[in-house]
Design a protein around this ligand. Structure first.
Ligand SMILES: Nc1nc2c(ncn2[C@@H]2O[C@H](COP(=O)(O)OP(=O)(O)OP(=O)(O)O)[C@@H](O)[C@H]2O)c(=O)[nH]1
Length: 291
């Protein structure tokens, strides 16, 4: 049998469940998942390998109208992933109010077949599912529509089978032992960022970036240093909390997640730094890895 390989792009609105789906498809915790919208800021590849095929999934930031240079970079990453795709999975929350214009516009950039995934059906009735299936059929006339629960792993195998079926004959794009295009530093910073999304309210998570400044691998323990970047002094105070208690909580949970992920003891130190308006400054965005 000829080897198959291809790129599958996972797109959709913020909070639709794209990262949850990618992790379910890949079977690893690649993408951070939080209850808040706009958690994912980078395109992240999750690679599934067997002897016969390689599927390269890409999880992308949720589609939004850009308000900052940061958002523009996030949307470029969505565009890039659509252009590269052999197949597009559009994830929709069954209850989301869909303003489809921006998504449809993005899809115009691609000739790849489209599959609509109606997610979170664990929170809905059969009638609602039926209604949405008809809606999407009419709206986008996709190649297929699946009603799924990414969280409860419902119908994920059917999606996987569909993906495999349509995968082009092609040699592998990445090494066969590669799980992702991202390195350990990236995952370490994402685990801190996930905790910031979980522990703080309102603007704080969106005003924050995390940079791993040192990652020293040891036999018994990894030593990781990170900077938490915020936009204002007041945010710095909130991040640190009274007597440093909030930062301590973030550090404790992030360290646990890292120990789980890297299967090593972790020593983690974090520093909070203010860079006014970093989200609008191209030079900082570039430094932080946004194109
Ligand atoms: N009930 C239910 N919740 C889900 C399901 N899939 C995802 N969620 C929840 O929806 C929230 C958002 O999930 P994510 O996977 O982070 O969504 P996303 O589309 O990647 O979000 P962005 O990063 O903002 O673009 C989380 O709280 C998930 O646990 C599902 O099938 N059922």
């Amino acid at each position: 049998m000829a080897h198959k390989a291809g790129f599958v792009s996972i797109i959709g609105k913020p909070n639709a469940g794209k990262s949850t789906l990618m992790n379910a498809l890949v079977g690893e915790k690649m993408s951070i998942i939080t209850p808040k919208a706009q958690t994912t800021r980078h395109r992240i590849l999750g690679i599934v390998n067997t002897d016969d095929y390689q599927i390269v999934f890409s999880d992308t930031p949720g589609i939004i109208k850009p308000h900052y240079a940061l958002h523009e970079s996030m949307m470029h990453q969505v565009d890039g992933s659509i252009v590269d795709a052999d197949l597009i999975l559009l994830v929709t929350d069954i209850h989301e109010e869909f303003n489809e214009q921006d998504v449809i516009k993005k899809l115009e950039g691609s000739t790849a077949p489209l599959v609509v995934l109606i997610n979170k059906i664990d929170l809905s009735t059969e009638d609602e599912v039926k209604e949405k299936v008809e809606y999407w059929q009419e709206k986008l006339n996709p190649k297929a529509i699946y009603a799924i629960s990414a969280l409860l792993d419902h119908n994920i195998k059917a999606v996987m089978d569909f993906v495999l079926d349509g995968l082009p004959e092609h040699p592998a794009y990445y090494e066969k032992d590669a799980l992702t295009d991202r390195n350990d530093r990236f995952f370490a910073s994402e685990m801190i960022r996930a905790q910031i999304f979980k522990q703080y309210k309102k603007e704080i998570p969106y005003s924050t970036e995390v940079i791993v400044t040192a990652f020293v691998e040891g036999e018994k323990l990894h030593r990781i240093s990170a900077e938490i970047i915020v936009e204002r002094d007041s945010q710095k105070n909130i991040i640190i909390g009274t007597k440093g208690e909030m930062l301590k909580i973030v550090g404790t949970y992030a360290r646990r997640d890292m120990e789980d992920f890297f299967q090593k003891k972790i020593f983690l130190e974090m520093f909070v730094k203010v860079i006014p308006d970093w989200r609008s400054k191209k030079n900082y965005l570039k430094k932080f890895g946004y194109e």
